[in-house]
Structures are given as structure tokens and as C-alpha cells.
Design a protein around this ligand. Structure first.
Ligand code: ADP
Length: 485
């Protein structure tokens, strides 16, 4: 892998702790493997709770002088970091594909997407405006200022090893917080490469640390129990989100949660079917179905059901499964054997309940963690895929009658992250977009992510928003100053 990189030192073999590159005190290590072949690509220190506490202490020391800088000074460092990420986009993408499996083209896209948050929030650093409020008494002058919350801690998943960190660390640093992150142990290399470039960009020592550890729950406990940490930000499953929220309650810690989804993708009979198929392909099969905004349930109106299914089958059969590092691959391996089992389980369940395979339907001939992109018709609300997030290349097609029918079905879930509608009738689009209980609605598009818009869910999909001008709020506290003159 090193030989493929222009900057081999971006493939790190140490944790970034309080501004230093360190091994574990215990000497323990763990391997990072490539999900395409299972080969070991790096060995990293397996840190324990005491080292997490050290990183938090260092963050506390670095935070005050960082917050005392002007927004412009912080912005300049973030801008340098953004420039370095883009200058090394190809290396960062290769490292990502090697540890995560997604096709190289998608990794390049993710690096640009992650970097865009660093750029955006760097710009926002200069615009943390407060307000003045007309006094309630003649001698009173009221103002509200926004201040950084202090030390923030983040826990991130393996599906977007760069962007899920960038969305958190960028607003945190922009407003004057320090940030300690524990990336998934499956994909820590992208996080470390980001840290290396942050160091080069001039991010002060200790302000940003990356904890490499297999002891996820220990690290989570330290984040929640250490009184220096005032903010926890998590992206991952709803199940783990609930655990962390409970743990954080003892310290009344401010939390943001980007949790699971079960996105409905709704195709009405007046939709442009070719556009809907294109959208469904990107939305369902991007990152091999392993995103929290991936279409999990595809609802198609009865009149166009067969036509849509046929077109989708043709498009799915054009996808190329393989090693993400190979040119031309559009679908990489799943992240782990358990992920393959989950897809198989959802598929078996669907078939038992009347689903019929239109294409795919089994592990791929390449073996390992590769699975055929699969479409199943005759899907119903009682199938597992309707209530759980599949996180794999399995597209179930549901039939619906009318707007009210599909709104009820789409909202029949504990989740509320992303949803998608394909239709042309403007009143229908308006009615359905307003009725969907989701934080995000894509209309005639399968791609909704951008740093300029607020990303986040309702119901059990989460708390808070990442990106856009709202994205800084999770890292700020309001202070109301009441002055008598
Ligand atoms: P996913 O299905 O995306 O892996 P998880 O919620 O299982 O979602 O994992 C998201 C992140 O949370 C990963 O980095 C994982 O290691 C971490 N994690 C899992 N369990 C815990 C826990 N009890 N406390 C803290 N972090 C955890």
C-alpha cells in the first residue's frame, strides 16, 4: 500500500495523542485489514482509558488559547488544512479504499466532501454572531454572546472514515473547541492521515487527538464520565446512540447524535422513471448500501411498478463488483463478515414472507465479503427490511396505491433521517415532502449530502444537525448578559 502513495508517511502507525505520535503504554496493538482481501495493511496501538484521559487533558490545555484567537486566525489554519486535504486527495482516497473497501472514485468524492466541511466551517468561524435584545426595563441592556463549549469528544463509524470526522472536528475547531475523536477500529487510518495534515496545517498540539482503540465501550465511558468533556458527538447505530445518551446523562452532557435510518424512496406514477432508476442506483448502492441515508425501502406506485422494476434490474446488472482499488469497480466488499450475514438475513426473511428475487440474491462468486447487488419484488411492511437498517446491497420493491397509503407506510418506522420522492406534480411533491417525518427529503434526486445544508434526523435517527450555518450550534453555548446602566 505504501508504494501506491506519493506521501507514504500518510499511512500512519501510531495514535495522535496530545500532539504526539504515540504507541500504547501497554504495548498492545491491533491490525487494520483490507475488507476486499483480508490482508493486514497496518498495525496500530490499542489504547486504553488512561490514554484517552491524557488526550482529554491535553485538549483542555490547548482549548483556551485556541478559543482566544480571532475567528479569522482559526479560519486561516482550517483553510490550510482544507488545502492540504485536497492536495493529498489521491493518497487519502487510496488509504480509505484500502481500509474501507469503497471504490476509489467514491473515496475521492468523500475526501472532497469531508474537506468541504473544513473549508465551510473555517469560513463560518468569522460569523459566530451574538445578538442584542431591547431591554425589558429602561436601565437594562441585554446581549447574548456565543462561546465554545470547551472539550468535545466524538465517536465515528467506518462507513465514511473521513467525512464523519470532518463534519464534527471542523465546526468544533472553528468555534474554538478542542476535539478528541475515536474512529471505528475498522477504519482508523483515514482519521490518522487527517490528523497528520492537521498538524502540518498548524493545528496546535493537543487540540485534536485521534484515539486508536478496539475498546470502544471503555473509550465511550471515559468520554462520558470525564468531567472535562462537555460535549459528545456520535455517528453510528441507534442502539449504541441510546447507550451513549444514557451514559452521558450522569454529567448532563450536551449530545449530538447522527443515528440509523431506514430511508423510503418513493416513485410516483408521474415520475421520470429513468431519473428515478438513476437516483435509486446511487442512493441504494453507493458505498455498497452502507450509508445511513441509503434507500432501504423502495416504494413504487402500482401503475409503474413493473416498468420501474424492469429498468432497475437492467441498471443493477450493469454494476461491477470487485476490489475498490481496481478501476471500473462500482461495488466494493461489505465491511465485515457480520455485514454479509445481515444482508443474507434480511434477504432470507423477505423471501420467506413472499419476496421474489428479480436479480442477484446470493454471496458474490468473488467470495469473502462480496455480495451480489440484489433486487426483490413483492416486499411488505412485515419484513425485517421495513423496520431495520439493512446496510447492504439489497433493494426491496414495495407496491403502493396512492399518496396517503405511501405516506403512512413511509412514516411507519422509528427512524426519520433521509427520504426521497420522485414525482412531477408540484402539489403532490409539496404535500408528500411536508408529510414525511424525516429530517431530509430529496425530491427527484438521490443525493442530498452537502456541507451547505443541515444534515440530521428526527425521531430515533438523532439529535442535532451537521453542516450549514446551523452546524456550529452544537459546539456553542449561549450566554445572556444583563447589564444595568
Ligand atoms: P455501525 O453499525 O455503523 O458499526 P455502531 O453504532 O455499532 O454502528 O458503531 C459506531 C461507532 O461506535 C464505532 O466506532 C464503534 O466502534 C463505536 N461503538 C460501538 N459500541 C460502542 C459503545 N458501547 N461505546 C462507545 N462506542 C461504541
Amino acid at each position: 500500500l505504501k508504494s501506491m502513495l506519493q506521501r507514504p508517511d500518510l499511512l500512519c502507525d501510531a495514535a495522535f495523542l496530545g500532539g504526539a505520535w504515540e504507541q500504547a503504554d501497554s504495548g498492545k496493538t491491533f491490525d487494520v485489514t483490507n475488507p476486499a482481501h483480508g490482508d493486514v495493511i497496518a498495525t496500530l496501538p490499542d489504547l486504553s482509558r488512561a490514554e484517552v484521559a491524557r488526550a482529554i487533558n491535553a485538549a483542555q490545555k490547548a482549548q483556551k488559547p485556541w478559543a482566544a484567537k480571532t475567528g479569522k486566525e482559526r479560519a486561516q489554519i482550517l483553510r490550510k488544512w482544507y488545502d492540504l486535504m485536497m492536495a493529498h486527495q489521491e493518497d487519502l482516497a487510496i488509504i480509505m479504499t484500502a481500509e474501507q473497501g469503497k471504490p476509489l472514485a467514491e473515496s475521492r468524492g468523500e475526501i472532497a466532501y469531508g474537506a468541504s466541511y473544513v473549508e465551510w466551517f473555517g469560513e463560518e468561524a468569522k460569523r459566530i454572531y451574538g445578538e442584542t435584545i431591547p431591554g425589558h426595563q429602561a436601565d437594562k441592556r441585554l446581549s447574548v454572546i456565543k462561546q465554545p463549549i470547551g472539550v468535545a469528544a466524538g465517536i465515528t463509524p467506518w462507513n465514511f472514515p473521513n467525512a464523519m470526522i470532518a463534519r464534527k472536528v471542523a465546526p468544533a475547531l472553528a468555534v474554538g473547541c478542542a476535539f478528541v475523536v475515536r474512529p471505528s477500529e475498522l477504519t482508523p487510518l483515514s482519521a490518522l492521515a487527517m490528523a497528520k495534515l492537521a498538524e502540518e496545517a498548524g493545528v496546535p498540539a493537543g487540540l485534536f487527538s485521534v484515539i486508536t482503540s478496539t475498546a470502544a465501550s471503555d473509550v465511550g465511558k471515559e468520554f462520558c464520565e470525564n468531567p472535562t468533556v462537555r460535549k459528545l458527538t456520535f455517528t453510528g447505530s441507534t442502539q449504541v446512540g441510546r447507550i451513549l445518551l444514557k451514559q452521558a446523562a450522569d454529567q448532563v452532557m450536551k449530545c449530538s447524535m447522527e443515528l440509523g435510518g431506514n430511508a423510503p424512496f418513493i416513485v410516483f406514477d408521474d415520475a421520470d422513471l429513468d431519473a428515478a432508476v438513476d437516483g435509486a442506483i446511487t442512493c441504494k448502492f453507493r458505498n455498497n448500501g452502507q450509508t445511513c441515508v441509503c434507500a432501504n425501502r423502495i416504494y413504487v406506485q402500482a401503475g409503474v411498478y413493473d416498468a420501474f422494476a424492469e429498468k432497475l434490474k437492467v441498471a443493477v446488472e450493469k454494476l461491477t463488483v470487485g476490489d475498490g482499488l481496481n478501476e471500473g469497480t462500482t461495488l466494493g466488499p461489505l465491511i465485515a463478515p457480520a455485514a454479509v450475514d445481515k444482508v443474507q438475513d434480511h434477504l432470507n426473511d423477505a423471501l420467506q414472507k413472499g419476496g421474489q428475487i428479480l436479480t442477484g440474491g446470493k454471496p458474490h462468486a468473488l467470495g469473502g465479503q462480496f455480495f451480489e447487488p440484489t433486487v426483490v419484488t413483492h416486499a411488505t411492511q412485515d419484513m425485517k427490511v421495513s423496520t431495520e437498517e439493512t446496510f447492504g446491497p439489497f433493494a426491496p420493491l414495495f407496491k403502493f396505491a396512492d399518496e396517503d397509503d405511501v405516506i403512512a407506510k413511509a412514516n411507519d418506522t422509528i427512524f426519520g433521517l433521509a427520504s426521497y420522492i420522485y414525482a412531477k406534480d408540484i402539489s403532490r411533491v409539496t404535500k408528500v415532502a411536508e408529510a414525511l417525518e424525516y429530517g431530509i427529503v430529496g425530491v427527484n434526486t438521490g443525493i442530498i449530502s452537502t456541507e451547505v445544508a443541515p444534515f440530521g434526523g428526527v425521531k430515533q435517527s438523532g439529535l442535532g444537525r451537521e453542516g450549514s450555518s446551523h452546524g456550529v450550534e452544537d459546539y456553542l453555548e449561549l450566554k445572556y448578559i444583563c447589564m444595568s446602566i
